[in-house]
Write a new protein. Structure first.
Length: 633
């Protein structure tokens, strides 16, 4: 009997042991952080700081952890510049936007004075693995580059996205697992693994919806929540898309009327013209493989829609509309380059999350009904309408998320933008009702306004004292529509050369400028010493030319630097009118160079060290060649 009892106990122990292993295999606490090397091995500015880099394994599908299939999240922790126990986790928008990629904007963020900042590339984005169709954005840009009808563009986008979906399925990726509910569980597990009790959750744009799902599921994780450009109701996100855009556009027309009284009529005139015939512009092969981009009415609407996001671009929208109205190809070519950045997100993730969270069998009909009201606009925004067709083709849609607890007690900071075309001011007001302990800031800009100078200070103050309404230390400057511009196609090209200098390309110009500076000093000294009086006229010409050359080169560099500090996007068009004198001096420099060379040829027989003198003349000519290459004249 005793042997039987011992066997029975052993059998029970074995069962419990297996149960223990099975339970712990599914325990989210067992998903540990693994330290890793910097995600930017060659970036000295980033690596000089004490940033901690991690990989974090989580289940691909939290509802089916028994499959043992995991994915890897990329994590970066920027320590507080002072000793602090507070932590802020940032949730990027998109969906599909990178979080760690734009790490530079966090290095000197005032928030680092109050808290550790945790950056997470959400599942399927950035440095996280697996990547979901990272080249899909480029393929969509190739589709938009063609002069297609709206229907054909949508069909083409559906086709390239369908290839993405099939590729994901072949790789064994569960496309239904990429949604806000699973992301919120990723964040909950990450918080535990970092040993954090509570943290501030900072969501931008679509990241605000993820943040809200997270707060509904795990309200006790939150010390506070920051919602910048919030989604109020996911079911309205696509439904009211066109209404929100037109409402923001009408605000723009009203506010800019004093400087641009006919802007509204020009906007709708451009839509009518582009609906009949597109405008083809030349672009770099690195942007579009065919080196051609043809604007149609849908492309124009996407450009204006995306411009309403950014404070600096809002100030230039009247110039953008005028550029289309006048069919100014140099401006339109520059815009392709600028707005191709808007498509640099992980579109595989974008479609998975968007469709899993917000698509229903009524979505297309509701969107089309809303868009059809705005007849002058000839429908909605193709970019968002195509999302719904992709969701329909992929066969995935939203499922109801049950809230674990009400999150009304969480302290909330909310930003909403006056011009925001995707998450309008109304959203912020409604969200403020959900969180009773909330502070709403109505910002006079567009989208993601917490990253304005004033917004950063407000965020810092909220994290420091979440119980008090944050102070606005920086003045909320209003939108000032820009009008006085000296148009020049070469400024943007010169600015690119300065922003990403290639030493091999610029070295001849640098040598020429050194020679020009040396020539100026030598000629001034020679005249002062009364040497070779017969060549004084040539010396005076070289002094004048050297001075002009240096003023022109360094003047344009200074003007570009100052303009970029004020509004970087002005450089797409040229420079402010106050720098017009530089263009005049440039032509004078060309004229004095011609005179100098001509006089040099006349006096060639009496000039000593002719090789040196010709090298000086060639230096002047080389400056002109560079300016000609950039297209300054």
């Amino acid at each position: 009997m005793r042997i039987k009892r011992d066997i029975k106990k052993l059998f029970i122990c074995i069962i419990f042991f297996h149960l223990f292993l099975h339970v712990n295999a599914q325990n989210p606490n067992d998903y540990q952080l693994q330290t890793t090397a910097s995600y930017f091995p060659d970036w000295k500015e980033v690596n000089s700081q004490n940033i901690k880099w991690y990989r974090f394994n989580v289940p691909e599908n939290w509802e089916n952890t028994s499959s043992n299939k995991t994915i890897k999240l990329a994590v970066a922790v920027l320590p507080c510049l002072k000793k602090s126990s507070k932590n802020v986790v940032h949730i990027s928008g998109g969906p599909g936007g990178w979080c760690i990629g734009p790490i530079k904007k966090w290095l000197n963020h005032p928030l680092r004075n109050e808290a550790n900042i945790i950056l997470v590339d959400l599942r399927g984005t950035g440095f996280s693995e697996p990547a979901l169709c990272p080249k899909l954005g480029e393929q969509i840009l190739q589709v938009l580059a063609e002069n297609n009808s709206t229907t054909k563009d949508i069909n083409e986008i559906v086709n390239v996205s369908e290839q993405c979906k099939n590729d994901l399925i072949v790789k064994g990726i569960d496309i239904k697992a990429y949604n806000s509910l699973n992301i919120s569980k990723d964040l909950h597990a990450l918080k535990k693994s970092l040993g954090i009790n509570k943290w501030f959750v900072y969501g931008i744009s679509y990241g605000t919806y993820i943040s809200q799902v997270y707060s509904d599921q795990f309200p006790n994780d939150f010390e506070g929540i920051i919602l910048d450009s919030p989604i109020n109701d996911i079911n309205e996100y696509y439904k009211n898309n066109t209404f929100n855009y037109i409402n923001s556009l009408n605000t723009l027309f009203k506010e800019s009327k004093q400087k641009y009284p006919d802007l509204e009529s020009k906007y709708y005139s451009v839509i009518n013209k582009l609906s009949k015939k597109g405008i083809e512009v030349n672009v770099e092969k690195a942007i579009v493989q065919t080196e051609k981009f043809t604007y149609n009415a849908d492309d124009f609407k996407i450009i204006i829609h995306q411009s309403l996001y950014n404070q600096q671009l809002i100030e230039l929208i009247p110039l953008i509309i005028n550029g289309f109205y006048k069919e100014d190809k140099f401006i339109l070519a520059n815009l392709v380059d600028a707005f191709s950045e808007a498509l640099k997100r992980d579109f595989g993730t974008y479609y998975c999350v968007s469709c899993n969270d917000g698509f229903t069998d009524k979505s297309i009909a509701e969107y089309d009904k809303n868009a059809s009201v705005f007849k002058k606009n000839k429908g909605g925004i193709l970019f968002y309408r195509s999302d719904l067709s992709v969701c329909e083709e992929w066969g995935i849609g939203a499922k109801k998320i049950n809230s674990a607890q009400k999150s009304n007690h969480i302290k909330a900071l909310i930003f909403a933008g006056k011009y925001d075309p995707i998450t309008p001011l109304y959203n912020g007001k409604e969200i403020a009702k959900k969180y009773k302990n909330s502070f709403l800031f109505e910002m006079p800009y567009g989208h993601a306004t917490s990253f304005s100078k004033a917004g950063k200070g407000i965020v810092e103050h909220f994290v420091k004292t979440p119980d008090k309404k944050p102070e606005v230390k920086e003045k909320l400057s209003q939108i000032e529509f820009i009008s006085d511009i000296k148009y020049n196609p070469g400024i943007s090209k010169l600015a690119k050369s300065l922003n990403k200098p290639i030493l091999l390309f610029l070295s001849p110009l640098i040598i020429a400028l050194i020679i020009i500076f040396g020539t100026f000093l030598y000629c001034v000294f020679s005249i002062f010493r009364n040497k070779n009086k017969d060549l004084n006229l040539l010396k005076y010409l070289f002094i004048a030319n050297s001075l002009l050359g240096m003023i022109v080169v360094f003047g344009f560099i200074w003007a570009i630097f100052q303009t970029s500090k004020y509004n970087l996007f002005i450089l797409l068009f040229g420079l402010p009118e106050k720098y017009n004198f530089l263009f005049i001096l440039n032509y004078i420099f060309i004229g004095t160079t011609i005179i100098s060379v001509f006089y040099l040829l006349l006096k060639i027989k009496i000039i000593p060290y002719i090789e040196v003198v010709f090298s000086i003349a060639f230096s002047f000519i080389l400056v002109i060649i560079y300016f000609s290459y950039w297209g300054i004249f």
